[in-house]
Design a protein around this ligand. Structure first.
Ligand code: BDP
Length: 338
Protein backbone atom coordinates (compact mmCIF):
# COMPACT_ATOMS: atom_id res chain seq x y z
CA UNK A 1 0.00 0.00 0.00
CA UNK A 2 2.81 2.36 0.98
CA UNK A 3 4.52 1.72 -2.33
CA UNK A 4 1.34 2.53 -4.22
CA UNK A 5 0.95 5.81 -2.32
CA UNK A 6 4.51 6.84 -3.18
CA UNK A 7 3.96 5.94 -6.82
CA UNK A 8 0.75 7.94 -6.85
CA UNK A 9 2.53 10.93 -5.33
CA UNK A 10 5.21 10.80 -8.01
CA UNK A 11 2.58 10.56 -10.69
CA UNK A 12 0.75 13.59 -9.28
CA UNK A 13 3.99 15.58 -9.06
CA UNK A 14 4.74 14.82 -12.68
CA UNK A 15 1.29 15.50 -14.04
CA UNK A 16 0.02 18.38 -11.91
CA UNK A 17 1.67 21.64 -12.89
CA UNK A 18 2.48 24.26 -10.25
CA UNK A 19 2.43 27.90 -11.28
CA UNK A 20 5.70 29.55 -12.18
CA UNK A 21 6.00 33.22 -11.34
CA UNK A 22 3.43 32.87 -8.58
CA UNK A 23 0.59 33.67 -10.90
CA UNK A 24 -2.44 32.14 -12.49
CA UNK A 25 -0.60 32.03 -15.79
CA UNK A 26 -0.19 29.39 -18.32
CA UNK A 27 3.45 29.22 -17.22
CA UNK A 28 3.77 26.05 -15.19
CA UNK A 29 6.29 23.69 -13.70
CA UNK A 30 6.35 20.01 -12.88
CA UNK A 31 9.07 18.09 -11.13
CA UNK A 32 10.76 17.58 -14.47
CA UNK A 33 9.89 20.43 -16.71
CA UNK A 34 8.88 24.10 -16.65
CA UNK A 35 6.40 24.95 -19.37
CA UNK A 36 6.34 28.61 -20.39
CA UNK A 37 4.10 30.45 -22.82
CA UNK A 38 5.02 32.72 -25.73
CA UNK A 39 2.45 34.99 -27.34
CA UNK A 40 2.66 36.00 -31.01
CA UNK A 41 0.13 37.99 -33.09
CA UNK A 42 1.29 36.62 -36.41
CA UNK A 43 0.11 33.47 -38.13
CA UNK A 44 1.98 30.19 -38.50
CA UNK A 45 4.72 30.48 -41.12
CA UNK A 46 5.27 34.23 -40.63
CA UNK A 47 8.98 35.06 -40.10
CA UNK A 48 8.61 36.05 -36.43
CA UNK A 49 6.50 32.97 -35.69
CA UNK A 50 9.16 30.77 -37.29
CA UNK A 51 11.75 32.49 -35.09
CA UNK A 52 9.58 31.90 -31.98
CA UNK A 53 9.56 28.17 -32.70
CA UNK A 54 13.31 28.20 -33.32
CA UNK A 55 13.78 29.95 -29.95
CA UNK A 56 11.58 27.33 -28.25
CA UNK A 57 13.48 24.50 -29.93
CA UNK A 58 16.89 25.86 -28.91
CA UNK A 59 15.83 26.50 -25.31
CA UNK A 60 14.39 23.02 -24.89
CA UNK A 61 17.52 21.47 -26.40
CA UNK A 62 20.05 23.53 -24.42
CA UNK A 63 18.23 23.17 -21.08
CA UNK A 64 17.99 19.43 -21.76
CA UNK A 65 14.23 19.59 -21.51
CA UNK A 66 14.06 21.54 -18.25
CA UNK A 67 12.28 24.36 -20.06
CA UNK A 68 9.63 23.96 -22.72
CA UNK A 69 8.12 26.93 -24.49
CA UNK A 70 4.64 26.72 -26.00
CA UNK A 71 4.09 29.18 -28.84
CA UNK A 72 0.58 30.62 -29.28
CA UNK A 73 0.47 32.28 -32.71
CA UNK A 74 -2.21 34.28 -34.53
CA UNK A 75 -3.00 36.49 -31.55
CA UNK A 76 -5.00 33.68 -29.96
CA UNK A 77 -3.77 34.61 -26.46
CA UNK A 78 -3.50 38.39 -26.88
CA UNK A 79 -4.78 40.03 -30.06
CA UNK A 80 -3.35 43.37 -29.00
CA UNK A 81 0.31 43.55 -28.07
CA UNK A 82 -0.42 45.95 -25.23
CA UNK A 83 -2.34 43.14 -23.54
CA UNK A 84 0.59 40.75 -23.79
CA UNK A 85 3.03 43.40 -22.51
CA UNK A 86 0.85 43.97 -19.44
CA UNK A 87 0.59 40.22 -18.84
CA UNK A 88 4.40 40.00 -18.94
CA UNK A 89 4.66 42.79 -16.39
CA UNK A 90 2.56 40.96 -13.83
CA UNK A 91 4.07 37.56 -14.58
CA UNK A 92 0.94 36.14 -16.22
CA UNK A 93 2.89 35.39 -19.38
CA UNK A 94 6.54 34.41 -19.86
CA UNK A 95 7.35 35.65 -23.40
CA UNK A 96 5.86 37.81 -26.15
CA UNK A 97 7.22 38.66 -29.54
CA UNK A 98 6.03 42.22 -30.10
CA UNK A 99 6.81 45.31 -32.14
CA UNK A 100 8.99 47.95 -30.43
CA UNK A 101 6.22 50.46 -31.09
CA UNK A 102 3.82 49.56 -28.24
CA UNK A 103 6.77 48.86 -25.90
CA UNK A 104 7.67 52.57 -26.08
CA UNK A 105 4.55 53.36 -24.02
CA UNK A 106 6.30 51.55 -21.15
CA UNK A 107 9.93 52.40 -22.03
CA UNK A 108 9.78 55.87 -23.67
CA UNK A 109 13.49 55.84 -24.67
CA UNK A 110 12.53 53.23 -27.28
CA UNK A 111 10.84 55.93 -29.34
CA UNK A 112 14.28 57.21 -30.29
CA UNK A 113 15.14 54.09 -32.31
CA UNK A 114 11.86 54.26 -34.23
CA UNK A 115 11.66 57.94 -35.11
CA UNK A 116 10.36 58.44 -38.66
CA UNK A 117 13.02 58.62 -41.36
CA UNK A 118 15.81 57.88 -38.88
CA UNK A 119 17.56 55.17 -40.91
CA UNK A 120 18.84 55.35 -44.46
CA UNK A 121 17.96 51.68 -45.02
CA UNK A 122 17.76 48.27 -43.33
CA UNK A 123 21.54 47.85 -43.13
CA UNK A 124 21.86 51.15 -41.34
CA UNK A 125 19.21 50.06 -38.81
CA UNK A 126 20.99 46.77 -38.15
CA UNK A 127 24.33 48.49 -37.64
CA UNK A 128 22.66 50.60 -34.97
CA UNK A 129 20.63 47.81 -33.33
CA UNK A 130 23.47 45.32 -33.21
CA UNK A 131 25.96 47.99 -32.11
CA UNK A 132 26.32 49.57 -28.66
CA UNK A 133 23.27 51.87 -29.05
CA UNK A 134 20.84 49.06 -29.84
CA UNK A 135 22.20 46.80 -27.15
CA UNK A 136 22.01 49.62 -24.60
CA UNK A 137 18.36 50.19 -25.57
CA UNK A 138 17.64 46.51 -25.07
CA UNK A 139 19.20 46.74 -21.58
CA UNK A 140 17.17 49.87 -20.93
CA UNK A 141 13.95 47.86 -21.20
CA UNK A 142 14.78 46.04 -17.97
CA UNK A 143 16.74 48.90 -16.36
CA UNK A 144 13.70 51.19 -16.69
CA UNK A 145 11.84 49.07 -14.14
CA UNK A 146 9.17 48.10 -16.67
CA UNK A 147 9.15 44.48 -15.48
CA UNK A 148 10.08 43.54 -19.05
CA UNK A 149 13.30 41.99 -20.31
CA UNK A 150 14.38 42.64 -23.90
CA UNK A 151 15.90 39.48 -25.35
CA UNK A 152 16.62 40.39 -28.97
CA UNK A 153 15.51 42.35 -32.01
CA UNK A 154 14.01 40.95 -35.18
CA UNK A 155 13.51 42.55 -38.59
CA UNK A 156 10.20 44.06 -39.64
CA UNK A 157 11.34 46.04 -42.68
CA UNK A 158 9.90 49.46 -43.43
CA UNK A 159 6.36 50.61 -42.70
CA UNK A 160 4.29 52.33 -45.38
CA UNK A 161 0.75 53.70 -45.54
CA UNK A 162 -1.95 51.71 -47.31
CA UNK A 163 -5.35 53.09 -48.02
CA UNK A 164 -8.59 52.87 -50.00
CA UNK A 165 -7.58 55.91 -52.06
CA UNK A 166 -4.15 56.58 -53.59
CA UNK A 167 -1.58 58.81 -51.88
CA UNK A 168 0.81 60.79 -54.05
CA UNK A 169 1.66 63.52 -51.58
CA UNK A 170 1.10 64.66 -47.99
CA UNK A 171 -2.00 66.52 -49.20
CA UNK A 172 -3.67 63.17 -49.98
CA UNK A 173 -3.42 62.19 -46.30
CA UNK A 174 -5.80 64.98 -45.28
CA UNK A 175 -8.55 63.73 -42.99
CA UNK A 176 -7.74 60.04 -43.45
CA UNK A 177 -8.36 57.79 -40.47
CA UNK A 178 -5.27 55.63 -40.21
CA UNK A 179 -4.97 52.70 -37.83
CA UNK A 180 -1.75 52.76 -35.81
CA UNK A 181 -0.05 50.69 -33.17
CA UNK A 182 -0.52 51.84 -29.58
CA UNK A 183 2.10 54.57 -29.57
CA UNK A 184 1.42 58.27 -28.98
CA UNK A 185 4.37 59.34 -31.14
CA UNK A 186 2.89 57.54 -34.13
CA UNK A 187 -0.50 59.17 -33.55
CA UNK A 188 1.24 62.54 -33.67
CA UNK A 189 3.12 61.49 -36.79
CA UNK A 190 -0.15 60.98 -38.67
CA UNK A 191 -1.56 64.19 -37.26
CA UNK A 192 1.47 66.09 -38.60
CA UNK A 193 0.65 64.62 -42.02
CA UNK A 194 -2.92 65.89 -41.80
CA UNK A 195 -4.60 62.56 -40.98
CA UNK A 196 -6.16 61.11 -37.84
CA UNK A 197 -4.42 58.28 -36.03
CA UNK A 198 -6.65 55.53 -34.66
CA UNK A 199 -5.32 53.14 -32.00
CA UNK A 200 -6.82 50.21 -30.11
CA UNK A 201 -7.36 47.97 -33.14
CA UNK A 202 -5.30 44.77 -33.09
CA UNK A 203 -3.47 43.88 -36.32
CA UNK A 204 -5.80 40.95 -36.93
CA UNK A 205 -8.81 43.32 -36.86
CA UNK A 206 -7.52 45.92 -39.31
CA UNK A 207 -9.08 44.15 -42.31
CA UNK A 208 -12.61 44.31 -40.93
CA UNK A 209 -12.15 47.87 -39.63
CA UNK A 210 -11.23 48.99 -43.16
CA UNK A 211 -14.04 46.94 -44.66
CA UNK A 212 -16.57 48.47 -42.26
CA UNK A 213 -15.26 51.98 -42.88
CA UNK A 214 -14.16 52.61 -39.28
CA UNK A 215 -10.78 53.52 -40.76
CA UNK A 216 -9.55 54.50 -44.23
CA UNK A 217 -6.30 52.63 -44.04
CA UNK A 218 -3.35 51.60 -41.94
CA UNK A 219 0.42 51.31 -42.19
CA UNK A 220 2.69 48.32 -42.12
CA UNK A 221 5.33 46.29 -43.95
CA UNK A 222 4.74 44.05 -46.99
CA UNK A 223 4.41 40.76 -45.08
CA UNK A 224 1.78 42.01 -42.61
CA UNK A 225 -0.16 43.78 -45.38
CA UNK A 226 -0.24 40.51 -47.28
CA UNK A 227 -0.61 38.06 -44.40
CA UNK A 228 -3.55 39.86 -42.73
CA UNK A 229 -5.30 40.22 -46.11
CA UNK A 230 -5.50 44.01 -45.73
CA UNK A 231 -4.46 44.50 -49.36
CA UNK A 232 -7.87 43.22 -50.41
CA UNK A 233 -9.67 46.14 -48.74
CA UNK A 234 -6.99 48.87 -48.97
CA UNK A 235 -5.36 48.26 -52.37
CA UNK A 236 -3.15 51.41 -52.53
CA UNK A 237 0.29 51.02 -50.99
CA UNK A 238 2.55 54.08 -50.98
CA UNK A 239 6.29 53.64 -50.62
CA UNK A 240 6.75 56.45 -48.13
CA UNK A 241 8.79 54.25 -45.77
CA UNK A 242 8.02 56.44 -42.78
CA UNK A 243 9.43 54.13 -40.11
CA UNK A 244 11.56 51.08 -39.50
CA UNK A 245 10.29 49.62 -36.25
CA UNK A 246 12.13 46.50 -35.11
CA UNK A 247 10.39 43.59 -33.46
CA UNK A 248 11.44 42.66 -29.93
CA UNK A 249 11.29 39.33 -28.17
CA UNK A 250 10.33 40.19 -24.61
CA UNK A 251 10.39 38.13 -21.42
CA UNK A 252 8.67 38.70 -18.11
CA UNK A 253 11.13 39.69 -15.40
CA UNK A 254 8.81 38.13 -12.81
CA UNK A 255 8.75 34.77 -14.58
CA UNK A 256 12.50 34.76 -15.30
CA UNK A 257 13.16 35.37 -11.59
CA UNK A 258 11.55 32.01 -10.77
CA UNK A 259 14.02 30.13 -12.98
CA UNK A 260 17.53 28.90 -12.31
CA UNK A 261 19.86 31.80 -13.28
CA UNK A 262 21.87 29.43 -15.47
CA UNK A 263 18.71 28.66 -17.44
CA UNK A 264 17.96 32.37 -17.77
CA UNK A 265 21.40 32.78 -19.35
CA UNK A 266 20.61 29.96 -21.77
CA UNK A 267 17.31 31.65 -22.66
CA UNK A 268 19.08 34.94 -23.38
CA UNK A 269 21.72 33.22 -25.48
CA UNK A 270 19.17 31.25 -27.52
CA UNK A 271 17.11 34.37 -28.24
CA UNK A 272 20.15 36.19 -29.61
CA UNK A 273 20.96 33.22 -31.82
CA UNK A 274 17.53 33.29 -33.47
CA UNK A 275 18.03 36.83 -34.77
CA UNK A 276 20.03 35.84 -37.85
CA UNK A 277 17.45 33.16 -38.68
CA UNK A 278 14.56 35.64 -38.47
CA UNK A 279 16.40 38.17 -40.65
CA UNK A 280 16.92 35.46 -43.27
CA UNK A 281 13.25 34.43 -43.17
CA UNK A 282 12.25 38.08 -43.25
CA UNK A 283 14.11 38.81 -46.49
CA UNK A 284 12.42 35.85 -48.18
CA UNK A 285 8.93 36.77 -46.99
CA UNK A 286 9.29 40.47 -47.72
CA UNK A 287 10.02 39.64 -51.35
CA UNK A 288 7.33 36.98 -51.73
CA UNK A 289 4.64 39.09 -50.03
CA UNK A 290 5.33 42.04 -52.29
CA UNK A 291 5.20 39.81 -55.33
CA UNK A 292 1.93 38.25 -54.20
CA UNK A 293 0.01 41.47 -53.51
CA UNK A 294 1.27 43.10 -56.70
CA UNK A 295 0.18 40.07 -58.71
CA UNK A 296 -3.25 40.36 -57.07
CA UNK A 297 -3.71 43.92 -58.27
CA UNK A 298 -2.37 46.23 -55.57
CA UNK A 299 -1.34 49.68 -56.81
CA UNK A 300 2.09 50.60 -55.52
CA UNK A 301 2.83 54.33 -55.50
CA UNK A 302 6.39 55.65 -55.50
CA UNK A 303 6.73 59.19 -54.22
CA UNK A 304 8.66 61.79 -56.18
CA UNK A 305 11.73 63.06 -54.31
CA UNK A 306 9.85 66.32 -53.61
CA UNK A 307 6.78 64.53 -52.27
CA UNK A 308 8.93 62.32 -50.06
CA UNK A 309 10.86 65.35 -48.80
CA UNK A 310 7.60 66.85 -47.61
CA UNK A 311 6.75 63.73 -45.57
CA UNK A 312 10.18 64.04 -44.00
CA UNK A 313 10.08 67.75 -43.17
CA UNK A 314 6.65 67.33 -41.56
CA UNK A 315 8.38 65.16 -38.95
CA UNK A 316 10.53 67.96 -37.55
CA UNK A 317 8.25 68.71 -34.57
CA UNK A 318 8.35 65.01 -33.66
CA UNK A 319 12.14 65.10 -33.46
CA UNK A 320 11.91 68.23 -31.31
CA UNK A 321 9.44 66.63 -28.92
CA UNK A 322 10.44 62.96 -28.74
CA UNK A 323 14.13 63.60 -29.41
CA UNK A 324 14.43 66.13 -26.59
CA UNK A 325 17.31 65.06 -24.36
CA UNK A 326 18.48 62.53 -26.95
CA UNK A 327 20.01 64.94 -29.47
CA UNK A 328 23.50 63.40 -29.19
CA UNK A 329 22.15 59.87 -29.44
CA UNK A 330 20.11 60.73 -32.54
CA UNK A 331 23.16 62.32 -34.16
CA UNK A 332 25.20 59.23 -33.30
CA UNK A 333 22.53 57.01 -34.89
CA UNK A 334 22.41 59.19 -37.99
CA UNK A 335 26.19 59.10 -38.30
CA UNK A 336 26.47 55.34 -37.83
CA UNK A 337 27.96 53.72 -40.91
CA UNK A 338 28.86 56.98 -42.62
C1 BDP B 1 3.58 44.16 -37.53
C2 BDP B 1 4.35 43.63 -36.34
C3 BDP B 1 3.41 43.23 -35.23
C4 BDP B 1 2.48 44.37 -34.90
C5 BDP B 1 1.79 44.83 -36.16
C6 BDP B 1 0.86 46.01 -35.88
O1 BDP B 1 5.08 42.50 -36.74
O2 BDP B 1 4.16 42.86 -34.11
O3 BDP B 1 1.55 43.97 -34.00
O4 BDP B 1 2.75 45.21 -37.11
O5 BDP B 1 0.81 46.93 -36.67
O6 BDP B 1 4.50 44.62 -38.50
O7 BDP B 1 0.16 45.98 -34.87
Amino acid sequence: MKKLAVLLLIAVALVLPLTAGGSKDSSSTSAKQTVLTLSEVHAEGYPTTLADYEFARLVEERTEGRIKIDVYSGGTLYGEETGSIEALQIGDLAFARVSASPVASYVPALNVIQLPYLYRDGDHMWQVLNGPIGQQMLEEIQASGSGLVGLCYYDAGARNFYTKTPIYSVADMAGLKIRLQNNAMMVEMVQLLGGNGVTGIGPNDVYSAIQQGTIDGAENNWPTYESMGDYQVAPYFVLDGHTRVPEILLASEAVLSTLDPADVEIIKECAKETQAYEIEQWALREASSEEKVVSEGVTVTELTPEALAEFQTRMEPLYAEYGAGYEDLIAEIQNTGL
